[in-house]
Design a protein around this ligand. Structure first.
Ligand code: ATP
Length: 340
């Protein structure tokens, strides 16, 4: 099993990687200060193993042999073999050390990487939703609707950022308004319940759209989430407009709940593939209204800023910030760091 040395930094050059189901993205940091060396995004389907992808597209192209790797992956890290969700790649840190020449490999959760980004992103890397554009040095939350719904916390205490990976996308989402009560009986359930991820992700958009059609007794036309958002943005289909109005309402409601849990005075950050594509819809009043509608704490909620993360490689930026100044972050190494 892996060793558990805490608080020592990963030796440079460091390969940072964000390994998703569809795409894998990598940078090499040669030292703690210089700009990262960037590489084109790799489609995971193009290589049978992550090791081949790293060898062909990074090591053979770079001229720099990284000494260590920090990889962010979707899913739990429990063993020496880490399978990825939605892709046949398996991360084998021991083989990366013996065959690819690394001395040190750390594997973290993808929403931990996103949370690290929320600690370090500058003003140019985010767009405020609502009137508040500044944020204080305080705990934060990151929510990412994409293929699923990822949620991460970022606690700030004792001058240190502690990312908290969790499964917040699977909390219950309940009906609230009269219209919700008409629609929710038609939303597809998972084991008899409606979790956040049943609505607040790509396939969730289609679930919600179909539920509205069923509630109103009309025929569903669209089957792709991108079709629904495009018609909502263009105002060309009233059911799509309602779907996305309710989508941002429920996203605001859940974001507000997570802000309450983490007392996220430093703000809530929306990441994932969908948030950036629906920014005009998030700017409509419903998102913030639902976010703030948290009696008896509505006044406090009005003081919490909300942002869309616009940095194209937020997870890599978070991992890089950690690699450069590890002492600013409380990132657990135990059980997920392997050394030569
Ligand atoms: N324009 C759009 N509007 C709404 N949903 C979209 C749009 N484009 C893509 N999607 C949906 O977003 C989801 C993909 O999100 P995202 O790009 O965040 O993936 P991801 O989970 O980060 O992927 P990976 O696992 O490869 O990192 C899919 O369900 C897709 O159908």
């Amino acid at each position: 099993m892996p060793k558990s040395p805490e608080n020592d930094h990963m030796p440079f050059p460091v390969l940072v990687g964000d390994i998703g189901g569809t795409n894998a993205r990598f940078w090499i940091l040669t030292d703690a200060h210089g700009a990262p060396k960037e590489f084109p995004t790799i489609q995971t389907a193009d290589f049978p193993t992550i090791d081949q992808a790293i060898q062909d597209r990074i090591l053979d192209k770079s001229g720099v042999q990284p000494r260590s790797a920090i990889l962010a992956v979707a899913g739990p890290i429990k063993d020496d073999e880490i399978p990825l969700t939605n892709c046949p790649w398996v991360i084998r840190p021991k083989a990366m050390i013996s065959e690819l020449g690394f001395d040190d490999v750390l594997v973290v959760n993808d929403f931990e990487a996103q949370a690290l980004a929320a600690a370090s992103l500058g003003r140019d890397d985010r767009q405020p939703i609502g009137a508040l554009s500044e944020n204080s040095l305080g705990s934060r939350v990151i929510l990412g609707p994409g293929t699923g719904l990822g949620v991460g916390g970022l606690l700030y205490t004792q001058h240190t950022w502690f990312p908290v990976p969790g499964e917040g996308g699977h909390v219950d989402l309940g009906p609230r308004s009269e219209r919700d009560w008409q629609i929710f009986p038609h939303v597809e359930q998972i084991d008899g319940r409606i979790s956040g991820e049943q609505i607040l992700c790509g396939r969730g958009i289609v679930h919600l759209y179909k539920a509205i059609c069923a509630a109103d007794g009309i025929e569903a036309v669209w089957t792709d989430p991108a079709e629904v958002t495009q018609h909502a943005l263009a105002g060309s289909d009233p059911v799509c407009v309602e779907t996305m109005t309710l989508f941002v309402t429920y996203l605001g409601r859940l974001a507000g709940d997570m802000a309450l849990v983490f007392m996220a005075r430093g703000g809530v950050f929306l990441s994932g593939g969908i948030s950036q594509r629906i920014i005009p819809l998030l700017h409509k009043p419903e998102f913030r209204a639902a976010f703030e509608d948290k009696a008896p704490h509505s006044a406090m909620m009005k003081t919490i800023p909300t942002f869309v993360v616009t940095h194209p490689q937020a997870a890599l930026s978070g991992l890089s910030a950690y690699a450069r100044t590890p002492s600013s972050y409380g990132v657990k190494h135990e059980g997920r760091r392997w050394q030569r």
